[in-house]
Each structure stands twice: as structure tokens, then as C-alpha cells.
Design a binder for this molecule. Structure first.
Ligand code: NI
Length: 169
């Protein structure tokens, strides 16, 4: 397994729309495992392939407290959504920034698992938030897009400054 580099906002590569996976082969399975390792190492609860510069429709997550319930979704699709909830969100591609985002409260998701088998789940609470957040990534969207242009600019400035400082070291 190997840890992957996570792209950071406002990197334009985060704006690409990811392509569906045509088959789940060993290559896709390895990518999913590497993404899980990367996500756990970064203490995140979800990661989309686009965030590690692979523009395919794949996301991994683990919202458990025990950090031992990995989930893998190839070609995830929300087939039903109900209600709304507002939660504070963060993102491994927007380090140190958090903001309130309103999303559906309950969703029904269809996807392929690590073996390429189709499955459907009902999700609510944090799991529903996380899946919607990660699917946004696959469509080139970042959670800061839900904020006002002013707030987004402040975050962008702050991150660019940090990125510059890091490059200078
Ligand atoms: Ni994210």
C-alpha cells in the first residue's frame, strides 16, 4: 500500500468531473486501498479519488468512532433524497477550514463495492453528509462552493498563504 498526495483547494485539478469506472479490476482495488490508507493517515472520514489526482468515480469513507469500518463506493449515485440538515463540514483538501453546509438528511445510494458488486444503502446523519460531500468532489465541487464568495475568498487567501509558507521551508 502507499500513501497518496492530497490536492489542496484552490488547485484547479479539484474542478475536474470524474469519469465512471468501467470495471473494478486489481488496479481500481489497489487505488481504493491506497486511498483508505491516505484517509486514515490524514485523520479524515472520507476521500474522493479526484482529491488524490485520479479523476475516476471512486470514494472511500469511514465515519465510525473506532475507525475500523471502511466503505468503498465505485460509481456512487444518489437515487433518493429526503429532508435537510445543516452540519459543520471540513475537507482534507481544505485543511483547517470548517463551515456549515445544508444537505439532504436521508439519502439512498447505489454503487459498486470493492469486488465490483452492486449494492444500495440508506444513509442518514454523518454518513449521509459524508457521502454527499464526497460525491460533490466527483463532480468537481468543493464544500466552500456553498459559502458566500467573500467567505470563499478569505479561505482561498489563507490557504494560498499556508501553501506558500510550506514551499518556502
Ligand atoms: Ni472533501
Amino acid at each position: 500500500m502507499s500513501k497518496l498526495t492530497i490536492l489542496e483547494f484552490p488547485d484547479s485539478r479539484l474542478r475536474r468531473v470524474a469519469e465512471p469506472v468501467t470495471a473494478v479490476t486489481e488496479i481500481e482495488q489497489q487505488l481504493a486501498r491506497d486511498m483508505l490508507e491516505t484517509m486514515y493517515a490524514a485523520r479524515g472520514i472520507g476521500l474522493a479519488a479526484i482529491q488524490v489526482n485520479r479523476p475516476v468515480r471512486l470514494l472511500v469513507l469511514d465515519v465510525s468512532d473506532t475507525r475500523d469500518q471502511p466503505m468503498v463506493f465505485f460509481n456512487p449515485e444518489i437515487v433518493d433524497r429526503r429532508g435537510s440538515q445543516t452540519c459543520e463540514e471540513g475537507c482534507l483538501s481544505v485543511p483547517g477550514e470548517y463551515a456549515q453546509v445544508t444537505r439532504a438528511e436521508e439519502i439512498r445510494v447505489r454503487a459498486l463495492d470493492l469486488d465490483g458488486e452492486p449494492f444500495e444503502i440508506e444513509a442518514d446523519g454523518l454518513l449521509a453528509v459524508c457521502i454527499q460531500h464526497e460525491i460533490d468532489h466527483l463532480d468537481g465541487k468543493v464544500f466552500v462552493d456553498y459559502l458566500s464568495p467573500l467567505k470563499r475568498r478569505v479561505i482561498e487567501k489563507r490557504l494560498k498563504k499556508q501553501q506558500k509558507l510550506r514551499e518556502a521551508v
